[in-house]
Design a protein around this ligand. Structure first.
Ligand code: NAD
Length: 316
């Protein structure tokens, strides 16, 4: 494969790049380094099968140049901060919908056969069915980010059917692990480093969600892609997550314990009945049976993934 990974200098993207390089693919990364870093991909810089392009996907010309000669695109570039939706909805639109629109328009007149997109559990909003399967509906996102991901999914599906390329869409649970640069574990560690005696917890602490380690995520993406590329179906949707879930309070206890601290927990109370912020889905667990049927299964459950991540981030 000759692969383009957008957002390949970011958290999940750089792990995907590691896996693709290790299996001998030719890999090009397009990233504007707004959140990602060269440090994440430094082991591949200068490698003959690797190329890095620094560029902003909001510019169509940049995207068009970057997909030249590739047959497969893994599209991970995005601003993944759900929390900024109420302050910067236009930024979430641009970095999730507009850049995806640029990408699929560039794919239209290219040799690209496969597009893999990282969508999110947030497209389901406050789902009434938990664990939530891929065919749950109607989809009613409760955040600008979730809405933007759903819009991107819809555009990809429409373009794939119209312009004949295959598209694989992953709806990811909360992904955690080494190099993660946002999210609850990262926040708790930073807060406790500043004030070890007290930990502010957004919301009422009862938010309960499913977490997947990045190693299981990348393994799942590549395994399912390998199955999907040989199927007749043009567009595929797969949840990737875990069978168990964990509360924010439990995460706070694991982080504090691993740091050898006993802080006082201070709950902000949150908004709309204890959500961490406007648009925070309080209860999220995805039905992963469809992914499982391909032969993939997570090695670490949510609790194990959280503990492993805390240790990985503390080592950094
Ligand atoms: N981490 C999670 O829990 C999670 C959950 C569900 C979905 N996702 C999705 O997975 C993907 C990767 O997320 P991540 O956690 O690795 O985030 P990340 O911020 O680490 O990675 C995103 C990368 O995209 C780059 N980028 C952003 N805007 C760009 C632009 N305009 N042009 C070029 N590059 C740009 C950033 O520099 C960064 O390297 C995203 O699409 C995200 O929405 C993540």
């Amino acid at each position: 494969m000759k692969v383009l990974v957008t957002g390949g200098a970011g958290f999940i993207g750089s792990h995907l790049v590691d896996a693709l390089m290790e299996t001998g693919e030719e890999v090009r990364v397009l990233d504007d380094l707004s959140a990602g870093t060269l440090d994440n991909i430094k082991r591949w810089l200068g490698h003959e099968r690797f190329e890095f392009i620094r560029g902003d996907m909001r510019d169509f010309g940049t995207v068009k140049k970057a997909i030249k000669g590739v047959d497969t695109v893994f599209h991970l570039a995005a601003n993944p901060e759900v929390r900024i939706g109420s302050q910067s909805p236009e930024l979430l639109y641009e970095t999730n919908v507009l850049i995806t629109y640029n990408l699929i328009n560039a794919i239209r007149d290219s040799k690209v056969k496969f597009l893999v997109f990282t969508s999110s559990s947030t497209v389901y909003g406050d789902a009434e069915v938990i664990p939530t399967p891929e065919n749950y509906g109607p989809l009613e996102p409760i955040s600008v980010y979730g809405g933007a991901k759903l819009a991107a999914e819809a555009l990809i599906s429409g373009y794939a059917h119209t312009f004949d390329f295959k598209a694989l869409i992953f709806r990811l649970a909360n992904i955690i692990g080494e190099r993660s640069n946002h999210g609850v574990i990262y926040d708790f560690i930073n807060k406790l480093r500043r004030t070890p005696e007290e930990l502010e917890i957004l919301g009422d602490g009862t938010q309960r969600k499913s977490y997947l380690h990045v190693s299981d995520t990348v393994e799942g993406m590549l395994h399912i892609f390998d199955t999907f590329r040989r199927e007749d179906k043009l567009v595929g949707f797969y949840n990737l997550g875990n069978d168990d879930w964990i509360t924010v309070r439990e995460i706070a206890e694991i982080v504090s314990g691993e740091m050898g601290l006993k802080p006082r927990f201070v709950f902000t109370g949150g908004v709309d009945g204890g959500r961490g912020w406007k648009g925070d889905v309080k209860f999220m667990r995805l039905d992963i049976d469809k992914a499982r049927k391909t032969g993939w299964r997570p090695r670490l459950n949510s609790h194990e993934a959280v503990r492993r991540t805390v240790r990985e981030l503390l080592r950094r």
